[in-house]
Design a protein around this ligand. Structure first.
Ligand SMILES: [Zn+2]
Length: 288
């Protein structure tokens, strides 16, 4: 009898130690994921996803960031077959593609979003966005936003033409600014910054026939001074490559995105990234 009580005591003690260990180790699991570690897939499956509306700052909105959609062997080039797989995944899992206007209105509290909203963005304005990405988006009833480098369009091989931009816009896509020359903005003088922001906006507006309200920072490089100049140039919002989901707490001139790259396991990484973004945010590890 006495021995069985001792045994029970040991079992209880072991259970308490296990629980404490699991609790203490849990943040380390997430940090490993954030650093790109994949060994912890098993553990993370046990962690409950927070409901979007329980995350501080309101629902998290997923903004994906692509560059090229082609078979080139570059980290910036997601293969068309993989892009097709990813868009089908979004469709089959109840995601709804939104426009930057819808995102902006939601952040400002003047509009509502569909369930599982996703803003699908492309930087630089590569020709393959029209040739490869656009038909796949259409096939799944999705829409995207292309941030174009205005001086490259119609002048450089491998980049979109304005005709293609206009055609895509007629079918629900949005074209916005990625500056005139794609120079890293933190290296520019104030005059150069203003020129990059104002001239790209003017050029795109003249070609597209409507106000251009959004821009993305080339290479993601920005600071608060540059963000202020973006505002003064008349843009309503700007996108960085700061990793994370967008919420009503986000800085409207430094909106977070989730970059999607070609990796050794492109589609698995895609799924992990889109599912864990809100979770990273809720733990506050990717905010700054
Ligand atoms: Zn770029």
């Amino acid at each position: 009898m006495r021995r069985s009580w001792r045994l029970l005591g040991l079992v209880v003690l072991a259970a308490v130690i296990c629980l404490a260990a699991v609790t203490l180790l849990r943040p380390a699991v997430h940090e490993a994921e954030m650093a790109g570690g994949t060994d912890s897939t098993q553990e993370t499956k046990e962690v409950q996803q927070p409901k979007p509306d329980t995350v501080e700052g309101g629902p998290q909105i997923l903004v994906l960031n692509y560059h090229k959609v082609s078979d080139e062997f570059l980290s910036l080039a997601v293969a068309p077959a993989d892009f097709d797989w990813q868009m089908r995944y979004l469709k089959e899992h109840g995601y709804h593609a939104i426009t930057p206007d819808e995102l902006y209105d939601a952040i400002e509290g003047t509009g509502t979003l569909p369930d599982n909203p996703v803003l699908i963005t492309f930087d630089d304005g590569y020709q393959d966005n029209y040739d490869n990405a656009y038909p796949i988006l259409k096939k799944y009833g999705l829409k995207g936003t292309v941030f174009v480098v205005t001086s490259f369009l119609g002048t450089r091989k491998g980049y979109l033409t304005w005709d293609e931009c206009r055609e895509m816009e007629k079918n629900g896509m949005t074209v916005a600014s990625h500056t005139v020359d794609h120079k890293s903005m933190t290296d520019l003088t104030n005059d150069q910054l203003r020129a990059e922001l104002v001239e790209s906006k003017k050029k795109a507006e003249a070609e597209l026939g409507h106000e251009v309200k959004y821009m993305a920072y080339p290479t993601g490089a920005y600071n608060l001074h540059i963000a202020q100049l973006v505002r003064e140039a008349g843009y309503k919002a700007a996108f960085t490559i700061k990793y994370g989901g967008v919420s009503r707490k986000s800085n409207i001139y430094a909106l977070e995105r989730v970059p999607i790259f070609h990796t050794e396991k492109t589609n698995r990484d895609f799924v992990e990234r889109i599912h864990y973004t809100p979770q990273f945010e809720s733990f506050g590890w990717t905010k700054h």
